[in-house]
Design a protein around this ligand. Structure first.
Ligand SMILES: Cc1ncc(COP(=O)(O)O)c(C=O)c1O
Length: 480
């Protein structure tokens, strides 16, 4: 209750605190702008600022550059992932992961199912679709040879030059001639693994990891060792160094900057150490930097590739999450493996469509990308806050969620008594699709985790689905 004699700024701060307490101002909500609050309440700008700053000092709101003040979520971040002992069930778990992936993809393709998990932003809210379609139409009309000539590698120079230019923002000094264009980031990961491993080899992966890496490693005949990966410190580099010193690894796959599914990043010093370990032990790191440009804080933190001394870091990325998922254009810079990678790309899929590559290059060259990324970062930061706020409201007490540093994914740890696989089945029965934590580990760890994504507009239907999901998790606890 605001006190009648309290200074004006204190009264305003107390009132807002009360609104946060009873849910009228939910986590992720934006406070009225300072100017607007001053005008509607007849207060001075300094009074409103003093109230907002008091709430900020108390950790209740945060100021975001050029966006305003936002209510912070009180959800705690999960502790380090817990590891079940290596078990004889690992093989069975791996095949469970492999059979679940097609079910999840089928659910996502079903228009009657609401998808709360997959990392596929859709539509005009997230991509400059109109501008890209104009560029494609214009190029197709003016340069029909882009459609009728066989597209030989290395692909449009304008695109490779722009990839190198934008790489500077992530601390990478890349040469356009060293860039191999690929069919999305997925093909880049596959080419990288094929270039540096042979069937029967062992690779280190993060745990949890991006679920498509599991079938990929499986099909290439690779054994994957899971390294504990903490939301704040990233992959355990001590465990990695132990394996490297025992010569047990032929490659390492990591997402040090905006990890999938954690949504968080390794500290820069740890990325530097990761690159140094690769160079010192002469074992390649395949760095998946797909979400690195979607870091919320600017200037962007460098990726591990920025610290590559002798070409042992292969960096892979694409424009699937930032610009044009339908183009399927990705890229890689393979350091000392460059020639081999170009040869494998040619023998597996020759090249990428010239028209789309040229259009993407032109878009990047036009200067609109930086502005688009700024908008996207702001949008996703707000979406993540909103999502965390909804998780806070919908899920049972004791639920934890990561505090992402970029992108649109949140890793949620449910309280003891919940089971993510059963939750997946129960949710699907109500036409809600999620990805259970067991999909993110070849040995089926993370039985109480789910990944949720915030890359869709939060319609009433989505909010209802999240509340239903939280209700299903709560029911699991009640019947546990
Ligand atoms: C971490 C990560 N790497 C790679 C990919 C595949 O990217 P693309 O669609 O560009 O092939 C994804 C897609 O979701 C991803 O999340």
């Amino acid at each position: 209750m605001p006190h009648a004699d309290a200074p004006l700024y204190q009264a305003l701060a107390d009132e807002l605190r009360g609104a946060m307490h009873d849910g009228r101002l939910a986590a992720g909500a934006r406070l009225p702008s300072v100017r607007e609050a001053a005008r509607t309440r007849g207060l001075s700008i300094n009074t409103v600022l003093a109230a907002y700053r008091q709430l900020e000092a108390g950790g209740l709101v945060e100021a975001r550059p050029q966006s305003g003040y936002f209510v912070r979520s009180r959800l705690a971040s999960p502790s380090a992932p817990r590891f079940a002992p290596a078990s004889s069930r690992a093989r069975a778990a791996e095949s469970a992961v492999l059979t679940r992936i097609p079910r999840v993809i089928a659910a996502q393709a079903d228009p009657d199912t609401i998808d709360l998990s997959l990392a596929c932003p859709k539509g005009g809210d997230f991509y400059p679709g109109e501008k890209l379609s104009r560029l494609v139409a214009d190029l197709a009309r003016r340069r029909p040879a882009l459609l009728t000539d066989y597209p030989l590698p290395p692909g449009p120079l304008v695109l490779r030059r722009e990839i190198a230019r934008h790489g500077l923002e992530l601390g990478m000094e890349l040469e356009p001639d060293d860039i191999v264009l690929t069919n999305g980031c997925m093909e880049a990961l596959q080419l990288a693994l094929r270039a540096v491993t042979r069937p029967g080899d062992t690779i280190a992966i993060e745990s949890p990891t991006y679920f498509s890496l599991i079938p990929l490693a499986d099909r290439l005949g690779l054994k994957a060792i899971e390294l504990p990966t903490h939301p704040e410190s990233g992959m355990s580099l001590d465990a990695l160094e132990l394996l490297l010193s025992e010569k047990r690894l032929q490659a390492i796959v990591a997402m040090p900057t905006v990890h999938n599914p954690l949504g968080t990043s390794m500290p820069v010093a740890a990325k530097r150490r990761l690159a140094e370990l690769a160079n010192d032990y002469r074992v390649p790191v395949i760095e998946d930097a797909l979400y690195a440009e979607l870091q919320f804080a600017t200037p962007l933190a460098p990726v591990a590739k920025a610290f590559d001394r002798d070409g042992w870091v292969i960096v892979c990325a694409s424009y699937s999450k930032t610009l044009a998922p339908g183009f399927r254009i990705g890229w890689m810079e393979g350091g000392r493996f460059r020639d081999e990678l170009a040869a494998i790309k040619f023998s597996s899929s020759v090249s990428q469509p010239a028209l789309l590559g040229e259009a993407l290059g032109r878009y990047l060259d036009s200067g609109g990308y930086a502005q688009h990324l700024r908008r996207l970062r702001r949008t996703y930061a707000a979406q993540i806050d909103r999502l965390r706020g909804l998780i806070d409201a919908a899920f049972p007490p004791g639920t934890l969620a990561t505090q992402p540093t970029g992108g649109f994914l949140v890793w949620v740890e449910l309280p003891r008594g919940c089971d993510a696989d059963r939750l997946f089945d129960a949710a699907l029965a109500q036409r809600i699709s999620i990805t259970p934590g067991t999909m993110y580990s070849p040995s089926g760890r993370y039985t109480r985790h789910i990944r949720l994504s915030g890359c869709y507009p939060f319609t009433d239907r989505h909010i209802h689905a999240l509340m239903t999901l939280g209700g299903l998790a709560t029911r699991q606890l009640e019947t546990a």
